[in-house]
Design a protein around this ligand. Structure first.
Ligand code: SAM
Length: 373
């Protein structure tokens, strides 16, 4: 997914230095961090690098962290939390690394001001992030605080909802041109349709959120944030000249999807239908039809889904001519039951499950979609 994050970063006018498995690196200012937090659809967090050093023991970690001028970043009456990724033989669990980090920061602040900032596990204020792999340590301020992978509108989840950043990533990885129809049968809580509507109208996910980690650090300039938020707001359009359709057989799902779309401010842009996915309206003119069917994570569920996947193949072939069809699934055995030849298989990881976004080109006219061999 980091290639999609990289594309988004470049689209915001910044230059990516390095794109790896876990994220992308770039050089920028705190203003850039704010811009990224407001605008990224596929990112999880924006980390502001403070310092890197070697530590082969928790005491060395403590000592090195105590040398960082935390008083430049934190207020003595503030609150911070520590989170981390730790993989080494120096300690057995990351909780201890977090504790040593917290102690180093608090002791340094006590020494400078004679007062200790409060700390705990609440990530809605300042968040410090420690990355400690073997003896390589890097320390960051997590300028997002709470993750930006959640886009703030899903007050009502339905069954197995997709994370908002993942839904946005699948759409951005698809061939949808933002000018043609977007059809989302089996919409559940509506995540894909809502993300499509937000993408189509340039609505930045950050416009739905009021609090970020960067707001709690010492150098925070509210006028910069207000300006960037205003700039993001000015880009939003309120109409689209194609259809976004979301359907589900469950009236409860559609009720949740409709309410979530209203929270996102895009309810008017989506047509909701309660029906079997096979009966979803597929407007003339082509576009994208994207489905995220259940994929039978529990024993015995897979068998019951075989017919559903076969029927999706039928739906694509008979009803979606002139479209690109997409299925997001974590079950590649079931995916084979669709019976159509995939044009692309794009890898995604969803809570450690190896998932795929499968793409099918569904020709208009007499050309037949090839069958899977
Ligand atoms: C994995 S969930 C979709 C989650 C969705 N992407 C989200 O983010 O909330 C699958 C959905 O398919 C719906 N569904 C299952 N079989 C269906 C069918 N035959 N026709 C229509 N909807 C169906 C379920 O009600 C459920 O909401």
């Amino acid at each position: 997914m980091s290639n999609l994050v990289a594309e988004e970063v470049e689209g915001l006018g910044m230059t990516v230095k390095f794109a790896g498995m876990m994220g992308v690196e770039l050089e920028g200012t705190m203003e850039d961090c704010i811009k990224l937090n407001l605008n990224l659809r596929t990112g999880h967090r924006v980390l502001w690098h403070i310092h890197s050093f070697q530590a082969g023991h928790p005491d060395i970690l403590y000592r090195k962290l105590s040398q960082i001028p935390w008083e430049h970043y934190l207020t003595d009456d503030g609150y911070f939390s520590v989170s981390s990724y730790v993989k080494n033989d120096h300690i057995n669990h990351s909780g201890f690394a977090n504790l040593r980090t917290k102690d180093a920061i608090v002791d340094r602040m006590q020494q400078k001001f004679g007062r200790r900032p409060s700390s705990g596990s609440d990530d809605s204020k300042t968040v410090i992030f420690l990355h400690w792999h073997v003896s390589d340590c890097s320390i960051y301020i997590d300028t997002s605080g709470e993750t930006i992978a959640r886009h703030g509108y899903r007050k009502l989840p339905f069954k197995a909802p997709m994370q908002e950043s993942l839904a946005a990533a699948t759409i951005l990885a698809s061939r949808w041109d933002r000018k043609s129809h977007f059809v989302n049968p089996m919409c559940g809580s509506g995540t894909l349709a809502i993300e499509a509507a937000m993408i189509a109208t340039n609505k930045a996910p950050g416009l739905l959120r009021e609090n970020y980690g960067f707001m709690h650090i010492k150098s925070y300039d509210a006028s910069v944030y207000q300006r960037l938020r205003q700039e993001a707001g000015d880009k939003v359009t309120d109409k689209v000249d194609f259809q976004i359709i979301a359907s589900d057989m469950s009236p409860l799902a559609i009720d949740a999807a409709r309410k979530n779309a209203a929270y996102a401010g895009v309810e008017e842009l989506i047509t909701f239908e309660v029906c079997d996915f096979y009966d979803t309206t597929v407007p003339e003119g082509g576009g994208v039809a994207m489905l995220n069917p259940e994929y039978g994570e529990r024993l015995g569920e897979e068998e019951a889904l075989v017919e559903t996947y076969q029927k999706i193949g039928d739906f694509f072939k008979k009803k979606c001519q002139g479209y690109f069809g997409y299925i997001f699934t974590g079950n590649l055995t079931l995916a084979k039951r669709v019976g159509l030849k995939t044009k692309r298989k794009i890898e995604f990881y969803n809570s450690m499950i190896d998932c795929r976004l499968l793409e099918y080109e569904l020709y208009a006219g007499t050309r037949q979609v090839e069958k899977e061999e």
